[in-house]
Ligand binder design. Structure first.
Ligand SMILES: Nc1ncnc2c1ncn2[C@@H]1O[C@H](COP(=O)(O)OP(=O)(O)OP(=O)(O)O)[C@@H](O)[C@H]1O
Length: 260
């Protein structure tokens, strides 16, 4: 089983955390998922600190997205336990957990309304309710303010991803789960997303980040979970993972070799 990692970034984030937000560390034991007779997640044990950025890495089909969706409660495992510690007790990924978290999917689903209306919908659920000025500021941070009146479904792929991130951040989530948030983005937009991730982390938000961009993982991650064929092969600090991976699979992946 992996250990909860304590990193300098996690200490900084903790010291910066807004008061009144309860920490949300994670413990997973024996998580197994079988879909249509195929074992896609295989006996996963994992413990994560309640802050910092955890990168979830691994080749196509390794099980990264399904793991993220299980952790957020969108997919029910066949076996095993997932426990988020929240407000003094352990929770399976229930409604309380989903409300305290935000997941940005690989292909975000946006409302068939204007860009601004997509944010207003989320703002209506928040107390205190953010003002239209706050929402325009949120759009400015992902450089979408000039598209505020456009139908969100007509945005480009990269613009949709930026809007989805702005919408997720509006929830002020305790944990932000990101499934390839910059997969369609140009370099400038990738930088914007990374700046937003750093700001969220500095404010005490725990970030789980799936990415295939090794340079991005090096830039952002405090620790790395490396998955292969539905198993966690390594969970270690990002520095250790990139400098001296302990498994042949991780070494090959970092070098860019195809893993079968
Ligand atoms: N409903 C399903 N039935 C059977 N197998 C499935 C189902 N959904 C996903 N899988 C399989 O589960 C495995 C893990 O899928 P997952 O989407 O988690 O991979 P991933 O690591 O996120 O990959 P990628 O990097 O390509 O996004 C894949 O081999 C996929 O084909």
């Amino acid at each position: 089983m992996s250990d909860v990692l304590e990193t300098p970034a996690s200490v900084t984030a903790r010291s910066l955390r807004r008061s009144g937000r309860s920490p949300m560390p994670l413990r997973v034991e024996g998580l197994t998922l079988t879909l249509e007779g195929t074992l896609v997640l295989n006996d996963i044990d994992l413990a994560l600190a309640d802050d910092g950025v955890t990168a979830i890495l691994g080749p196509n089909g390794a099980g990264k997205s399904l793991l993220l969706r299980c952790l957020h409660g969108l997919v029910t495992p066949t076996r095993g336990t997932i426990l988020w510690h929240h407000e003094g007790r352990d929770h399976a990924p229930d409604l309380a957990i989903r409300k305290a978290q935000a997941l940005v999917a690989q292909k975000p689903v946006l409302l068939r309304r204007s860009v601004l209306a997509n944010l207003k919908f989320v703002a209506g659920l928040r107390r205190p309710r953010p003002s239209t000025d706050d929402l325009m500021q949120a759009l400015r941070e992902v450089r979408l303010e000039h598209l505020a009146r456009q139908n969100a479904r007509t945005l480009s792929g990269g613009e949709q991803q930026r809007l989805a991130l702005a919408r997720a951040l509006l929830h002020d989530p305790r944990v932000l789960l990101l499934d390839e948030p910059s997969a369609n983005l140009d370099p400038a937009s990738t930088l914007l997303i990374e700046t937003a991730i750093r700001a969220a982390r500095a404010a005490g938000t725990k970030v789980l980040l799936i990415t295939h961009d090794m340079a991005q993982a090096r830039r952002l991650a405090d620790d790395v979970v490396f998955l292969h064929k539905g198993r966690i092969v390594e969970h270690t600090s990002a520095a250790a993972f990139f400098d001296r991976p302990s498994s042949a699979e991780a070494e090959a992946y970092v070098k860019g070799d195809i893993l079968l």
